[in-house]
Write a protein that binds this ligand. Structure first.
Ligand SMILES: Cc1cc2nc3c(=O)[nH]c(=O)nc-3n(C[C@H](O)[C@H](O)[C@H](O)COP(=O)(O)OP(=O)(O)OC[C@H]3O[C@@H](n4cnc5c(N)ncnc54)[C@H](O)[C@@H]3O)c2cc1C
Ligand code: SF4
Length: 328
């Protein structure tokens, strides 16, 4: 048992000042990830700053037709929001495909985008893991790596990012609004995460103490024409093997705009720019979708037990494009 202090943040400013001032302090929102990892001795904060009393739960329309989601809005509330369901079906579908109803009632969307990998070696302190202890080695490279990544990996880490929600956010050009000791800034979701390289312990561009205040979904025709497809070992309450978020704007039978996000195949939610380029300006039909899906696997490599993810990615992209485009 590790001693840990607990403080309930009375204001956003005090939450940020407290966490910024103490190296081993962590925010706690729903607690569904951070408490799990504390029980496993993977996270060992000296101080937990509870942010659940802050006024960051609102889900509201923005003047430009988008939706601003407070960081403390629960996964359940966001999934059920009529604003999200009508303008951003991919987001609602990704959330409903995540975890379980109980978890979705507790877990917040700010915590969701910052959840840690589910790599079993990361979660087991008896195993070598460069993310937990840089320089210790990576047990997954030659280990049980069926759930691990096939793109964006390094010789130091091959973990996969588990968030369905963050994968969907890629396709609606989401913006993450954060505040720290040096003020406010806005980070496009695709720029929030960093690849492991030789520092797998660094997962995102947030500065110590920076607080996610809200996530903004930007309205667009492609966001309205979007869909999420998650392939997993069982139909519910399971992380993805491969997931695909697809968003298409189709006019006059041609693809005008496209966004494609891949989940659980990379250490961060992976935007498939090559696939998008292969779709834009082409007829929205089976031939185009087949060709674009083949491109999705460019640059992928397996590590043995996860080789299956490469053909599975191709098939999942193909089916997700069909769902987004209303074309089988
Ligand atoms: C059994 C199980 C199954 C699951 N299945 C899925 C699944 O299928 N798909 C999926 O996507 N997820 C899944 N999850 C993950 C779940 O969605 C996350 O645990 C949850 O969203 C985290 O939110 P939270 O509010 O509980 O975060 P917390 O546990 O409170 O925090 C998580 C991290 O975020 C930080 N943090 C929290 N809020 C903020 C903020 N506003 N600003 C800055 N930092 C912050 C915390 O310091 C901590 O590091 C599953 C979890 C469990 C336990
Ligand atoms: S894949 Fe990454 S998280 Fe998993 S053991 Fe290797 S270094 Fe650790």
């Amino acid at each position: 048992m590790n001693p840990v202090r607990y403080a309930k943040a009375p204001s956003i400013a005090e939450a940020i000042a407290t966490v910024s001032a103490e190296r081993d302090a962590l925010y706690i929102a729903g607690g569904t990830n951070v408490l799990d990892l504390m029980k496993l001795d993977v996270e060992e904060p000296a101080l937990l700053v509870d942010i659940t009393g802050l006024a960051l739960r609102t889900i509201e329309a923005t003047p430009s037709g988008g939706v601003r989601l407070g960081a403390l809005a629960t996964m359940a509330d966001v999934a059920d929001s009529p604003l999200v369901r009508s303008g951003f079906p991919v987001v609602s579908q990704a959330l409903l495909a995540s975890a379980s109803p109980q978890l979705r009632n507790m877990a917040t969307i700010g915590g969701n985008v910052l959840q840690r990998t589910r790599c079993a070696y990361f979660r087991d302190t008896s195993q070598d893991c460069n993310k937990r202890k840089p320089g210790n080695g990576c047990s997954a490279l030659a280990g049980v790596n069926r759930m691990h990544s096939v793109i964006g990996t390094s010789s130091h880490c091959i973990c996969s990012h588990p968030s369905d929600f963050a994968t969907a956010l890629l396709t609606v050009d989401a913006l993450v609004h954060v505040t720290g000791m040096s003020g406010n800034r806005t980070i496009p979701i695709d720029e929030l995460y960093v690849l492991p390289g030789d520092r797998p312990d660094i997962e995102n561009v947030l500065q110590p103490g920076e607080l996610v205040q809200s996530i903004e979904l930007q309205a667009s025709p492609h966001a309205r024409g979007s869909a999420y497809l998650k392939v997993r070992d069982r139909a519910s309450y399971e992380f993805a093997l491969v997931s695909v978020a697809a968003a298409l704007e189709i006019e006059g039978g041609n693809v005008l705009q496209a966004r494609v996000g891949l989940g659980s195949v990379a250490p961060k939610p992976w935007r498939a720019h090559d696939v998008e380029a292969a779709l834009i300006g082409k007829p929205a039909n089976a031939t185009t979708f087949d060709a674009a899906a083949r491109i999705a696997t460019r640059g992928m490599r397996g590590y043995g037990q996860n080789d299956y993810k490469i053909p599975l990615t191709m098939r999942t992209v193909r089916t997700a494009l069909g769902l987004a485009g209303g074309i089988a």
